[in-house]
Design a binder for this molecule. Structure first.
Ligand SMILES: N[C@H](CCC[C@H](N)C(=O)O)C(=O)O
Length: 276
């Protein structure tokens, strides 16, 4: 199978984007891993697929695979790239694009330049829906790891996130704690892990150890989850600049059942063809 693709990124969180409308695409976990491999393949954090929607009220289906081949429910940086990809490929001319994912519908608002704002929907906090093993819902949960007890927040943006508050993001033990929390038995579907340093009520530093991809230069759903956790802990206001290693996102959340909005850039690096 020969596939046309675009290599894109959102603040260095990088993707292989494939149009499965204009070409026949048959992928499985092994083929995804081959595409994502940074030595034997193209290399990326996620593989993103553009499909015809099953829901007549939306424009596209947006399918997301991590580099380890796992299919997942949401990808925020990928959603911004998705919007500019489908317009560049003339699959739509719309400024507001609705896409369905495995976890719900996202609204992509194309702004000036390379900026896209995404309505990421409202955060999910009920433990059973994250999913996270806890008898009751709380703002902070104890998580026993490696003989120590961490204080985490648990938030889903369609995909599961654990958020820790740290004094210094740059010195946070991401490589040591990331995989241990990602695979903790209290997260039956595994989990993305955010390490958040609060600079003020309107700015944070954040590093994310992503489920199925490891530490990435940016994580859109992770930035949303961190701001939700920070607001629930009364550490943050409703509009927050999130500084990730790859650059900054602006996250807005008015609280409660309001949607979380994420605004940031996208970039296309190159286009190509690959034989699978
Ligand atoms: N690793 C995530 C998917 C990609 C999320 C991230 N790249 C984003 O921008 O939201 C998961 O397993 O849920």
């Amino acid at each position: 199978m020969r596939l046309r693709f675009s290599k894109m990124h959102g603040l260095g969180n990088d993707f292989v984007m494939i149009d499965a409308i204009s070409q026949k695409v048959r992928l499985n976990a092994d083929k995804v891993r081959k595409l994502a491999d940074r030595r034997f393949g193209i290399g990326c954090d996620q593989v993103l697929i553009v499909e015809e929607p099953s829901n007549p009220d939306v424009d596209f289906r947006y399918r997301i695979y991590n580099a380890d081949g796992s299919e997942v429910e949401n990808c925020g940086n990928g959603a911004r790239c998705f919007a500019n990809f489908v317009r560049e490929r003339k699959l739509t001319g719309k400024q507001v694009i609705k896409v369905e994912t495995a976890s719900g519908i996202l609204e992509l608002h194309v702004k000036r330049g390379d900026q896209v704002q995404v309505d990421m929907g409202k955060p999910i906090l009920a433990p059973a829906d994250i999913p996270f093993n806890s008898q009751q819902q709380s703002t902070i949960y104890p998580l026993h790891i490696d003989g120590q007890t961490l204080q985490i927040s648990a938030v889903s943006m369609g995909n599961p996130h654990a958020v820790l508050v740290v004094d210094n993001c740059a010195a946070a033990p991401v490589e040591r704690l990331g995989p241990q929390i990602e695979n903790h038995p209290d997260f039956p579907n595994r989990v993305n892990v955010g390490f958040m340093e609060v600079l003020s009520r309107t700015e944070i530093n954040l590093r994310v150890y992503e489920r199925g991809a490891g530490e990435t230069l940016a994580c859109g759903t992770g930035a949303c989850a961190a701001v939700v956790a920070g607001r629930l802990r009364d550490l943050l206001d409703s509009t927050v600049t999130v500084n990730l290693p790859g650059g900054a996102l602006v996250i807005e959340w008015a609280g409660g059942d309001h949607p979380v909005r994420m605004t940031g850039p996208t970039a296309q690096v190159f286009q190509g063809q690959v034989k699978l």
